[in-house]
Design a protein around this ligand. Sequence first.
Ligand SMILES: *Cc1c(COP(=O)(O)O)cnc(C)c1O
Length: 382
Amino acid sequence: MDHDLTTSPARPDARPQYAAAAPRSPLRAELKQLPSYRAGRTPADVKGGRPAVKLSSNELAFPPLPSVLERLAAHAPTINRYPRVRPEALAAALADRHGVDAAQVTIGAGSVSLCTLLAQATLRPGDEAIHPAPSFEIYGPATVMAGGTPVAVPLRNHRLDLDAMLAAVTPRTRLVFLCTPNNPTGPAVAHDDAARLLAALPEHLLLVVDEAYREFVTSAGRADGLELLRDDPRVVVLRTFSKAYGLAGLRIGYAVASAEVADVLRRVIVPFSVTTLAEQAALASLEPQAEAELTERVATVVAERTRVLDELAALGVHTVSSDANFVFLPALGDPLTVARAYEDEGVILRALPPHGVRATIGAPDENDRFLEATERILAHRP
Ligand SMILES: *Cc1c(COP(=O)(O)O)cnc(C)c1O
C-alpha cells in the first residue's frame, strides 16, 4: 500500500500522517517516462547558406488561400469573445458533406486532441490500446496519459500487420488504432482487409481509423472509414484540416463516430478548445471555390510524389510506396546520420530511428532540392 492514512478525514483540523512509503511527488510516475513530442526541425534550427527546406512535418507547402485569410481577418475583431462551446456550423457542414448526423461529428483542436479524448473516454487502469509501430507517435502517449497500457504491434514490410493486431486483442483492449495511410511509412490499408479486421474484432472495443492523409490516397480500394462506420458503430474516423487543407497552425480536426461515442467525446472535451478562427478557416476551406483550389494543390502534391518516387528509384534509392504526402526511405543508412547529411545540404527530413527517414512532398522546387541533396549524398558515399 502506498498511503497509510492514519488520521480520519472526518477530522479536518488534523493533518494526515503518512507512512514512510508515501510518494514524494504528486506527479504520476509513469508520465515521467513519456517521450516529449518531438516536432520536426525548422529552418531556424539549421545553420547554413541558403534557407533550409522544411520537409519534416508533412505540412502543405503552399500559403493559405486568400479566401481563408479574408475570413480570418473578418473574424479577428471578435476574439475578445469566447468561441462557441460547440462549433455547430462546422459540425453541420461536415455532417452534410459526409452524409451523417451532426450529432456524430466532434470537432477538436487537431486530431491529436481527439486521440487523447478517445483514450480518456475508453481506458481505465489496465485497459489496453493497440497501435501499429512505427506509426503516428501520439497513440502510445495518449494511452499512457489516460492511464491505459499501449500495445505496439510492429509493421510487416512497412505495412500495418492486421493479423498481428487482431492477435494482440485481449479482454482488456478498448481501442485499436489504424493509421491509413500509415505515417511514417506511407501505404494505406485495403478496405477489404480493414472490413475483415472489424468483423473479427470483439464487441467491447473501438476501431479508430486515422485518415489524416485521406485526400492524397490514389490507390484503388483503400480503406474508407466512413463506409466502415455506416455498418458498425464501433468505428471512429479521424480527419484533419492540418494536411491537405493546409491549416496545421490553426489546430482543427474532427472525429466521426456513432452518436453514443460522439456524445461522450463532447462531455470529455476541454471546453472552448476549438477557436473561432479555426472554425471559420475550416468553414471557408469547405466553400466550393476554396475546395476546388485545394483539390488542385493536392493533385500537384500527388504528381510530385510520383515524380520524387520515380527519381529516387532511378538513383537506386529504396522507397516504400506511398498514398500520403510523404515518402519513406528505410534503407539509406542510420536514420540520424542520414538526416544530418540532408541538413548539411539544407533539407530537413524526419529521422525515425531505427526505421528510416521520412521526406514530406513539398512544392516542386523544394522537392528538387531534396532530390539534388540525395544525389550529392549518394555521390559522397565511401
Ligand atoms: C498529422 C497527423 C494527424 C493530424 O494531427 P492534427 O492534430 O490534426 O494536426 C493525425 N494523424 C496522423 C497519422 C498524422 O500524421
